[in-house]
Design a protein. Structure first.
Lengths: 258, 180
């Protein structure tokens, strides 16, 4: 790792935003580079100093009251109603600034993105639960990657990387086809002790590598990343540490061509 | 009517979800607009807009959604005021990430400043850096959430945080000298 990369990534390290692999890389660089080590220590101190002061502001009571008054409580005017009721809703607000079209578009785009995000999360979690309930865990039950990988040929437009992680504590149970966000994807099934891990592999919109992003949905841990035009989503009831471990071991094995 | 009942129920859901974050929304508005009256106006406008668009909100964390609306309102205020970008906008590469000399152990010791001084230092940062610093250090959003709020890739969030903190540290050390 070069110093200029480390200079940026050490902040992500401080903010706990790195996956285990990146964390190791940054720490290894810092261990051998006094200048970056000094920077890390300095920014850690800045963080400590900042956490010692109150930087937030409390909204004035008057503002709180005005906003509350404008929100309907019981027999309130309808929101999507005709002009008169909207005007009565507006009354509590000082007539604020009009938004430009560009600003409004920004809101819509953001909403759409989070919308799709939620749908994907919901889909993978139901697919995971379905696979456990319906006794339809695998279409091709096999612990042999040379059986599982070719099975997807002709069934999907992508070739999911299938790796054997038995030595690392994750046993391959097989694979099946599933649907996420209306698209056919590969589901690879692994087992850790008594826990089932579903790894969904589909086509990604970008060829870029993105680090692991963890969420929790309905008590299940979900991890997402993408690499080389494929997007990966893990769902399991293993804890987030083990999920991260799976991600690191899977990626390492794929890179090694194991 | 059933439609009205639904709208009322929705307004109540909005209130329960959004009102608890009023202080946080107001805090971001104060740092973005650096003016009490403008901040209050922007927060009111933000809640009004958020309520109107609440039917497009599909769950998940509400804070990034709310803060993104606030940010758009603040920028519209800026545009109206200045008919252009905020005047202190600085291109990313204009701010050196590196300080020229390697920091000596003495230079690394940062004195404690009081609340007011640190607020002033954060408030004096250029817009692009100020907002990511506030969203991260005060609102405590994740990088992904910050990226959603400012509508930029996570990589941009990371590099702006790095430069923003470097600027803040420089300002911090400078403020120490004037105190001494």
């Amino acid at each position: 790792m070069r110093c200029d990369e480390a200079q940026v990534l050490l902040h992500a390290l401080l903010d706990s935003e790195l996956d285990a692999g990146q964390m190791r890389d940054v720490e290894a660089h810092v261990a051998g580079c006094p200048r970056c080590a000094a920077e890390l220590a300095s920014f850690r101190e800045l963080r400590t100093r900042m956490s010692g002061v109150a930087l937030n502001y409390a909204a004035p009571d008057g503002l709180h009251r005005r906003i509350e008054a404008a929100l309907p409580v019981a027999s309130a005017p309808a929101l999507r109603a005709v002009a008169p009721s909207r005007r009565s809703l507006l009354k509590g607000f000082a007539l604020g600034t009009a938004l430009s079209a560009a600003a409004a578009t920004g809101v819509v785009l953001m909403v759409m993105r989070s919308d799709r995000d939620q749908r994907v999360l919901r889909d993978v979690v139901s697919a995971h639960l379905r696979s456990l309930q319906a006794e339809h865990l695998t279409d091709v039950p096999s612990g042999d990657r040379n059986t599982v990988k070719p099975w997807f040929n002709g069934r999907l437009a992508v070739a999911p990387p299938v790796v054997d992680l038995t030595a690392q504590g994750f046993t391959l149970l097989g694979g099946r086809l599933d649907t996420i966000d209306g698209k056919a994807v590969a589901a690879l099934v692994y087992k850790r002790r008594t826990h089932v891990i579903n790894l969904f592999v589909g086509r990604s919109a970008s060829a870029e590598h993105s680090p692991l992003r963890a969420d929790m949905v309905q008590g299940l841990n979900v991890g997402r990343w993408s690499d080389q035009g494929l997007s990966f989503i893990i769902v399991s009831d293993i804890d987030s540490g083990e999920l991260q471990e799976f991600h690191v071991k899977y990626e390492t094995a794929v890179r090694a061509g194991a | 009517m059933a439609g009205e009942r639904n709208d009322t129920a929705q307004a109540r859901r909005f209130r329960d979800a959004a009102l608890p974050h009023l202080d946080e929304v107001y805090t971001l508005a104060r740092y973005l607009l650096r003016n009490v009256a403008d901040a209050e106006d922007a927060v009111q406008e933000c809640y009004l807009r958020a309520l109107r668009h609440f039917d497009t909100f599909r769950g998940g964390p509400i804070r990034p959604w709310l803060l993104a609306i606030l940010r758009n309102v603040c920028f519209a205020t800026h545009r109206q005021r200045n008919s252009g970008e905020p005047q202190d906008a600085v291109p990313d590469d204009a701010v050196p990430l590196w300080r020229d000399a390697a920091p000596t152990p003495e230079a690394l010791m940062l004195r404690a400043h009081d609340d007011e001084t640190v607020r002033r230092l954060v408030g004096a940062l250029p817009q692009d850096y100020r907002e990511v610093i506030v969203l991260r250090e005060i609102n405590e959003l994740s990088y992904r959430e910050i990226a959603d709020v400012i509508g930029a890739p996570v990589g941009t969030v990371m590099s702006r945080l790095a430069r923003g903190r470097a600027l803040l540290r420089a300002a911090w050390l400078e403020a120490e000298e004037t105190v001494r």
